[in-house]
Design a protein. Structure first.
Length: 555
């Protein structure tokens, strides 16, 4: 028998025989549902035969048949009724398991988030992509009406989405563009490190979304439920359908706060904070100011993450404040990093190590935060040992700055656009999807190996804009992205190690070394971060002014 779980209470399988039922009962199942019509195949037992054998074993049995490819809305509804009335766990079966999975998926529409339905089905070996519109429409067959259609549709109105829209319009002012994003507010996220260090005010990093979306772009204020790339359509929550000729995907990544046991319940209190959330960055600064002695933990999860230097930035700025206040010797600072090195590009490590020594920071590599007990002020880490095994390490804290694990948004991970790890699968140079020629992606959601930073999106946006217009026949020469990313590492208040690099960790400084040597702490780099980058972001990047971001052309 090939039994696969869909939920803790429901599994599916191909056709079963009466001789299989003792093993099914022994496995703990309490009921079976047959979704295959009698007589479909000459080697198929009839339902009555199975029902009799099931009853003798104390199993409930129900018959809800459907022909292949003809599972109705009513079938899905009735399947849901059976799930709620039969004793569980339940085993549903048909010829292959597809009809049973389809009925379950329809029964969950409107109850379980669509990405979860798609992911559970896929893990069981069944693709529900053809059911997207029915699932998005609460399990009912939709009318097939297209609610909107545009030449270019951009999913996501973050740094990447707004920048690529503006770069497109700067090249083709009459282009029909729509941006899909449900958010009311646009954030300058690179500023949150400085909020947590007491340099910026949180409110200065936020603006109304309507004020940053270009006036010539249609804003569809909604959440995406799924992609239908074969038909050039996007399904929005509520089953609205948006059609496109070209698609740009840049919704950012998802911070998995629930991926660490107890973290979601402790954030914002008990000394538990994170600069990765707008409302928590001010709490970081509050904790730093109050801490005069005790233990401070700073964590970094497995890669990839948004701005790999941010976990350290919080630590260095906090340590600098404690140094200036004369309390640094009374604070035990520990950096617990899932990775094996301090920073991925070796040229910048010597400068960073000088500050690690200055602040007497303990480095703990191979440690991944798995649980936080806020009231008890304890954090649990899983440590990789040299022999390949793991052990739990418990650390006490008075303050802990947590960086959560990160992944692509659910609606991306379960889509045909994603690679095996869940990221949008694009060519690293052109940023065009490897399978669908009219789809591009940029920003944190792609599977490119560059650092996931706003600086990377600033360089990617002109490349995508250029190449999309080449695809439309409006431009001739393609552009290429070299993997540029930048990470201004705030090692102390007033000094920054300006890390700039391309694919493979190749250094890519924007300025001559006599002006700013990125491998050393620099006051000029701090001035760039604090004073120049915010207006460059708001007034240049988001408005299609490509200062130091002109794309490199191919050939």
């Amino acid at each position: 028998m090939d039994i696969k779980p869909l939920t803790p209470n429901l599994s599916i399988s191909p056709q079963i025989l009466a001789s299989d039922l003792p093993a099914i009962a022994a496995a703990g199942f309490k009921a079976i549902i047959c979704n295959r019509p009698d007589g479909e195949s000459s080697d198929q037992p009839g339902f009555k035969e199975l029902e009799k054998a099931a009853i003798e074993l104390g199993l409930k049995a129900q018959y809800l048949p459907a022909e292949t490819g003809k599972v109705s809305d009513a079938d899905g509804k009735e399947f849901g009724v059976l799930l709620s009335t039969l004793p569980s766990p339940i085993l549903a079966f048909c010829r292959s398991g597809m009809r049973s999975t389809t009925m379950w998926a329809l029964s969950q529409a409107g109850v379980t988030p669509l990405p979860q339905i798609l992911e559970a089905s896929r893990k069981a070996g069944f693709d529900m992509q053809s059911l997207l519109q029915r699932l998005a429409n609460a399990g009912k067959t939709p009318t097939g009406q297209v609610d909107a259609s545009h030449d270019v549709v951009i999913v996501g109105a973050g740094a990447a989405g707004i920048a690529v829209a503006s770069s497109l319009l700067s090249r083709s002012p009459l282009l029909d563009i729509a941006i899909i994003d449900p958010a009311d507010t646009h954030f300058y996220q690179p500023g949150w490190t400085l909020v947590g260090g007491g340099i910026f005010n949180a409110v200065d990093t936020a603006r109304a979304m309507a004020s940053v979306i270009p006036t010539d772009v249609n804003w569809i204020k909604a959440a995406v439920a799924a992609f239908e790339p074969e038909s050039n359509q996007i399904i929005l929550e509520g089953c609205r359908v948006v059609k496109y000729k070209h698609l740009v995907v840049c919704p950012g990544l998802m911070l998995d706060w629930k991926g660490i046991e107890g973290l979601a319940e402790s954030l914002g209190r008990h000394g538990v904070t994170s600069n990765y959330r707008y409302d928590l960055a001010p709490y970081t600064w509050e904790l730093v100011q109050k801490l005069k002695k005790g233990k401070a933990l700073f964590t970094q999860p497995p890669m990839p993450i948004k701005c790999a230097g941010a976990p350290q930035k919080a630590m260095y700025l906090s340590s600098d404040h404690w140094t200036r206040q004369g309390v640094i010797d009374h604070i035990d600072i520990q950096f617990c990093n899932s990775g094996a090195v301090l920073f991925g590009v070796a040229d910048y490590v010597p400068a960073l190590m000088e500050y690690v020594k200055k602040y007497k920071i303990g480095l703990n590599f191979g440690e991944t935060l798995v649980a936080v007990d806020g009231p008890s002020h304890k954090a649990t880490f899983m440590k990789n040992l040299s022999d390949g095994s793991k052990e739990k390490v418990e650390r006490e804290f008075d303050m802990i700055h947590v960086v959560p694990p990160q992944k692509a948004p659910d609606f991306v991970r379960v889509s045909p656009l994603a690679d095996a790890a869940g990221w949008i699968d694009v060519d690293p140079a052109s940023l065009r999807h490897k399978k669908f020629n009219n789809i591009f992606a940029l920003g944190d959601v792609t599977n490119t190996t560059n650092a996931k930073t706003a600086a990377a999106a600033r360089k990617q946006a002109p490349v995508v804009a250029n190449n999309l217009l080449v695809s439309m026949g409006q431009l001739k020469n393609e552009a290429k992205y070299d993997g540029y990313g930048s990470c201004p590492l705030t090692v102390e208040r007033g000094k920054i190690v300006l890390a700039e690099f391309t694919y493979g960790g190749k250094l890519a400084p924007s300025f001559p070394s006599w002006f700013i040597d990125g491998t050393k702490p620099s006051t000029l780099a701090w001035y760039l971060k604090e004073r120049l980058l915010p207006p460059i972001y708001w007034e240049a990047m988001l408005k299609g002014r490509e200062w130091l971001a002109k794309p490199e052309m191919v050939g």
